[in-house]
Design a protein around this ligand. Sequence first.
Ligand code: G3H
Ligand code: 13P
Ligand code: ZN
Length: 332
Amino acid sequence: MVSYKDLGLVNTREMFKKAINGGYAIPAFNFNNMEQLQAIIKASAETKSPVILQVSKGARNYANQTLLRYMAQGAVEYAKELGWENPQICLHLDHGDSFELCKSCVDFGFSSVMIDASSLPYEENIALTKKVVEYAHQYDVTVEAELGVLAGVEDEVQAEESHYTKPEEVIDFATRTGCDSLAISIGTSHGAYKFKPEQCTRDPKTGRLVPPPLAFDVLDAIMEKLPGFPIVLHGSSSVPQEYVDMINQYGGKLPDAVGIPEEQLRKAAASAVCKINIDSDSRLAFTAAVRKVFWEKPGEFDPRKYCGPARDLMTELYKHKIINVLGSDGKA
Ligand code: G3H
Ligand code: 13P
Ligand code: ZN
């Protein structure tokens, strides 16, 4: 048993309380490799922003859970080296799909876990979430649960269409499970293709897709039922069109990739939404930078020469999100 407290990590409890009171949101960035982690920590240290490092099942399969945890532990020391005296870094399991997986993360030094039982029937979601909460809380590890289903792919959880969270269920769910935060469905979705063209309109000037707005009425109704309760938004990449253009310009093919407009995320961050998950935007920045180097210097074969620019572009992206979208700069 390893306690996250001995690794210099923190859980989400205080982070979320301050974020709700302060009208900002904590960035939750996924990482799968060293360059992403370096960029996240550098951006967080330079802006003094609390940060949640997310490890998905896919990341565990790709990079190995043991290695990722040691990397997160190393990240705390790296943050201090960068001059961040009191780093507020949480290590979080993203989309945990079983009690066993959540338990293994709690036992291994994670400070927060998500149990995503949102694809199960309501009562089964409650039962599994409650079981994880009861275990995790013994070690002061915080638990995120999910109610409602996002469109697209949630690791291995598939949903044909999104089912918005039902506000009439949230009090019962939060009370009976004891979860610390709740991921809700109000129209966000995972990946770089969040909306089908038929769900969007098209900007006549640019020809780009304009996505439908998030269901802020559903968010408002949830906040009314659970005043001050931490709400989480998954699938919150904005799919910056400059990265999509770069990728397409340098030999890629991402037609009609579209995300959540940043002004809508800013509006959400000012409310009880206190954790905003971003993964795809980092993948786009990485890919855009690597493609540019490969296109312009086909003779390059030193990974540092293309992963370095990718890391720089991701650092810029994370800083932009922290300062201009989430508003978490200067809060740690
Ligand atoms: O919610 C999904 C995250 O973007 C993680 O995706 O399972 O491909 O690592 P992944
Ligand atoms: P994006 O695919 O929009 O980046 O969402 C990431 C996410 O929700 C991770 O859990
Ligand atoms: Zn997610």
